[in-house]
Each structure stands twice: as structure tokens, then as C-alpha cells.
Design a binder for this molecule. Structure first.
Ligand code: EPU
Length: 305
């Protein structure tokens, strides 16, 4: 969204072990902690944030697991070992290990170049793996948890744990991981052909780019889609559109003219403008359409404005 203030501290671990040690240091210091991926789904409040931000951007490795039988060591396989570790042929083991800072567009591209299907529904979704697992990023053509085999997390006690897909219950826009921090994940895809996967990705992207303000600064959809029964089958964007709220402005924040569920930063907006506008839209939808919209984006409010 390109709004918001600054944090007191920024840590940029480069390995899962450094991430773990950063977590321990933050807890020993008694500081508040925030995890930042690409910030694609976050509205950072104006002012000074008295906390430590751990940015995952340097934890961006993506590689194939060692062997099909040897799942336990999937996360330990480092790119420099690839070639020294026996790997089955690509079409027999279409899996990728990704660390939490791996870019989602990069993962979609890597899978499609390998001719592996399952991630193309996420084409055009910005962000990094950790946030995408935590929020179960996705849309009409699929969700990230559809392809997750295992997630490695740091739990609230600071223990590293591997969670299997079958032991988790991800929901719409919620990976249901509580306060656990995602270290990485093993993604299981399906062998297909590069042409097929790329064709599908291209057509999804065309459809999406036609209806979403993809070239303007935003935090994606601001609200979750409401329960269809409550909203008469209308999406959040449609409810906002039907009330004629597209184009509504507060400072340099504006409800997108293209899609009602996006607020865009026209340039120089403050977080307060964006959040105030989101509240105004939600209040109008509640009053005039009788539907309570729930925010989809995360907000980080500062201690000092
Ligand atoms: N619509 C309107 N007016 C608008 C916007 C939408 O009438 O201003 C109508 C559309 O014509 C369509 C319906 O509302 O009939 C749904 O719209 P759309 O197909 O754009 O999908 P969406 O439900 O608004 C969801 C996700 C998006 C995801 C797309 C495509 C949510 C809140 N949004 O949007 O996710 O990209 O499907 O898969 O679930 C995000 O999470 O940040 C996000 C952008």
C-alpha cells in the first residue's frame, strides 16, 4: 500500500537457524515482534512502531527435496548439496521446498517452467510464502494450501515443528496456524507440461488484470467476501459497487474505480486515510446493505502517531 511509519528494529535473517535465533533474541529482550514478508497484505500504521520487525526477504530459497523416501530431511537439503544427494526424476517427485521468504510469483514461475501444475491459480498474487501460508492466499482458481504437504513452523514456545497438511484445517483466507511463524513448506505439485501450465496461468492472469487495479499501489482486497447467504450471493466488491462507493476518496486514498474491494494509494496517502476510508466503506455497507464486512488485510498500528 506504500503507507505507514517506521519500526525501531529490523532483522533480516538469511537461514532458518538465524530466524530461530532472532526469535529467541527478541523474546529474551521482551520486545514486541512482527513478521514481514513482502507487505502485500498489510497496512502499516503511521508513526513509530516500538517493535522488532523480522523481514523474511533473504530467506528466499527454493529447491527440490532430497529423496522421495527421506521426507524428514526435506528442509535440510541445501542447494549446494543438490547433485550430491540422490534425486528421483522430476516427473516422479514434483515437490518443491520453499523457505518463508520465497516470492510467490517466483514460485509460480518456477513450477510452470518445470511443467508442474498446482500453483498457477496463484498467478498474479504478490507476496512471499510465509504470509501466503499464514493467510491461505488464493482466489477463484485455487488456494496455497491445496498444494501444501508439510509446513515447518516455529511455535509460540519457540519449538520447531513440522505440521502435515492432514493435521491442519486451513480455511478461506486463514491458514489457521495461530501465532506460529512459518519457516518454510514442502509443496506437492502434479506433473504436467510446461505449455499446459503456462497457458492456464496466462489466461487466469488476463482475466484478473482486467478487473483488478494491478498497476496501482494497494493491499489487494480490503475485505473478505461475506457469507453468500447473508449477502444474497454478492461479493464484497459487488456490495461496495452497488452502493456507488467506487471513487470515494479520503486524502490520497481512493476506492478503486475498477474494483470496489480495492483501496488504492493515488500517491502520498497516509495510513490513517486508508483505514478511515475502509471504515467508512464498511459502515455504509452495514447501514445500507445490512452486511458486516470483515477486513481481510492485516493492520499494524503504531504506538506513537
Ligand atoms: N464485482 C462487481 N463490482 C466490483 C467488483 C466485483 O460487481 O467492483 C462482481 C464481479 O463482476 C463478480 C463478483 O463481483 O461477479 C466477484 O468479483 P471478482 O471475480 O473480482 O472476485 P472477488 O470475489 O472480488 C476474489 C478474491 C481475490 C482474487 C479473486 C480472483 C476475496 C476477498 N477476493 O475476488 O483476492 O484475486 O477472487 O480469484 O476473496 C485478495 O485476496 O487480496 C484478492 C484480490
Amino acid at each position: 500500500m506504500r503507507v505507514g511509519g517506521s519500526a525501531e528494529w529490523l532483522l533480516e535473517p538469511t537461514t532458518p537457524d538465524e530466524l530461530h535465533r532472532a526469535w529467541v533474541a527478541v523474546h529474551e529482550a521482551g520486545s514486541a515482534l512482527r513478521l514481514l514478508g513482502a507487505g502485500a497484505d498489510v497496512i502499516v500504521g503511521d508513526g513509530l512502531h516500538r517493535c522488532v520487525v523480522i523481514a523474511t526477504s533473504r530467506l528466499d530459497r527454493v529447491f527440490r527435496p532430497g529423496t522421495m523416501e527421506d521426507d524428514e530431511n526435506a528442509f535440510e537439503v541445501q542447494p549446494e548439496n543438490v547433485g550430491r544427494v540422490a534425486q528421483p526424476p522430476r516427473d516422479q517427485d514434483p515437490r518443491l521446498v520453499a523457505w518463508c521468504g520465497a516470492s510467490l510469483p517466483g514460485l509460480v514461475r518456477a513450477a510452470s517452467e518445470l511443467g508442474w501444475s498446482g500453483l498457477e491459480g496463484l498467478v498474479g498474487v504478490p507476496g512471499r510464502l510465509g504470509g501466503a501460508v499464514t493467510t491461505n492466499a488464493g482466489g477463484r482458481w485455487g488456494e496455497l494450501w491445496d498444494v501444501i504437504e508439510t509446513v515447518r513452523v516455529l511455535d509460540e514456545a519457540g519449538e520447531v515443528r513440522d505440521l502435515k497438511r492432514e493435521d491442519c484445517s486451513p480455511a478461506y483466507r486463514d491458514g489457521r496456524l495461530g501465532s506460529a511463524i512459518v519457516i518454510g513448506a514442502v509443496l506437492r505439485l502434479q506433473s504436467s507440461t510446461r505449455a499446459e501450465v503456462q497457458d492456464r496461468a496466462r489466461s487466469y492472469l488476463l482475466e484478473k488484470n482486467a478487473v483488478q487495479p494491478v498497476t496501482q499501489a494497494s493491499a489487494g482486497c480490503i475485505f473478505k467476501n461475506p457469507d453468500r447467504e447473508v449477502s444474497d450471493g454478492r461479493s464484497a466488491g459487488q456490495l461496495i459497487d452497488d452502493l456507488g462507493l467506487k471513487g470515494l476518496r479520503r486524502g490520497a486514498a481512493q476506492v478503486s474505480l475498477l474494483h470496489g474491494n480495492f483501496i488504492i494509494n493515488l500517491g502520498g496517502a497516509r495510513a490513517a486515510d486508508v483505514l478511515g476510508l475502509a471504515d467508512e466503506v464498511a459502515a455504509r455497507v452495514a447501514d445500507d446493505a445490512g452486511v458486516q464486512l470483515e477486513r481481510e488485510v492485516r493492520t499494524w498500528l503504531a504506538d506513537q502517531q
